[in-house]
Design a protein around this ligand. Structure first.
Ligand SMILES: [Zn+2]
Ligand SMILES: [Zn+2]
Length: 286
């Protein structure tokens, strides 16, 4: 969806999986299973194979300044989130209001989100949410999401945020997300991307909480969801079009802290994924 080249893939002329000639890669910010696989996933264009990108390891603790900015769009003050609960099974669920509140809490936490100002990233707000009346089917790809966002905007079911915000897409229990040949709760937890490069619309995709592999802290579905949501919101803001914003090698700033995960909560109680601070060289703590 965000096809192109980054510093880590600029030299590939053919797909290492199938050998076919490629024109570039689609870049997606993914929380992997296990979460140590969290990184910017590369899918070769046009064959679609996922290619593992190896970069220099800079995993020593306490090293400041290793995140670099590649010039792409960043989240600004006043940008808005809109939460989309896709499908009729969300109707009447108390989880909807809890998740909506969690997104608000994450965005406005002065420590967790406020300190992203060191990356020239602002603080936004949550504009609201909608429960979508149609069901998404058994699986949802990135192009399915892009098409649905476009339809919902045309119909007036959701606000048109253009480039000045992003959508959190929450899938119901019976629906999996796919990324090429990969499936949620099998090889990844959740991801963020843009439907059209630097222009957006930008979105996170949150499959219904996986029963294993995505929660390092508790057995609760809600905690699984906030760990993933906090990572995707933070990485969307600091790297709106994956690979063009703030990155550490082939990782985004939460991916780095997934390597040695520590359970942390923000002041309102939600479990969140820490992010790497360029100022201190360490991962966020309350
Ligand atoms: Zn790349
Ligand atoms: Zn291939």
């Amino acid at each position: 969806m965000s096809a192109g080249r980054c510093a880590n893939c600029k030299d590939f002329t053919e797909c290492p999986v199938c050998g076919s000639t490629i024109t570039g890669f689609s870049h997606v910010g993914v929380r992997g299973i296990p979460i140590s696989r969290s990184s910017i996933w590369h899918q070769a264009v046009p064959c679609g194979h996922r290619v593992r990108i190896q970069t220099e390891k800079t995993k020593q603790g306490g090293v400041a300044g290793i995140a670099v900015y590649n010039g792409g769009p960043l989240w600004k003050d006043g940008y808005q989130w809109f939460n989309i609960f896709w499908g009729t099974s969300w109707n009447g669920q108390s989880l909807v209001a809890r998740i909506d509140k969690a997104a608000r809490d994450i965005e406005t936490d002065r420590s967790y989100s406020g300190q992203l100002s060191q990356y020239n990233v602002g603080v936004g707000s949550v504009a609201g949410y909608s429960v979508m009346a149609e069901d998404p089917g058994n699986s949802v790809s990135e192009s399915d999401i892009a098409g649905a966002i476009s339809n919902w905007i045309v119909r007036g079911s959701i606000p048109d945020l253009q480039g000045s915000g992003a959508y959190n897409i929450f899938l119901p229990p019976a629906t999996i997300a796919t990324l090429g040949g990969d499936q949620s709760c099998s090889t990844f937890c959740d991801y963020h991307d843009s439907a059209n490069g630097n222009a957006g619309p930008f979105f996170t995709c949150e499959p219904f909480p996986c029963s294993s592999g995505c929660n390092q802290c508790t057995q609760e579905q809600f905690d699984t969801l906030t760990q993933g949501l906090s990572e995707e919101m933070t990485e969307l803001k600091t790297d709106m079009n994956p690979g063009t914003g703030w990155v550490i090698g082939n990782e985004e700033i939460c991916d780095y802290c997934d390597q040695r995960f520590v359970c942390n909560r923000i002041s309102t109680g939600e479990y969140v994924n820490a992010w790497y601070s360029n100022q201190t060289g360490s991962c966020w703590k309350p």
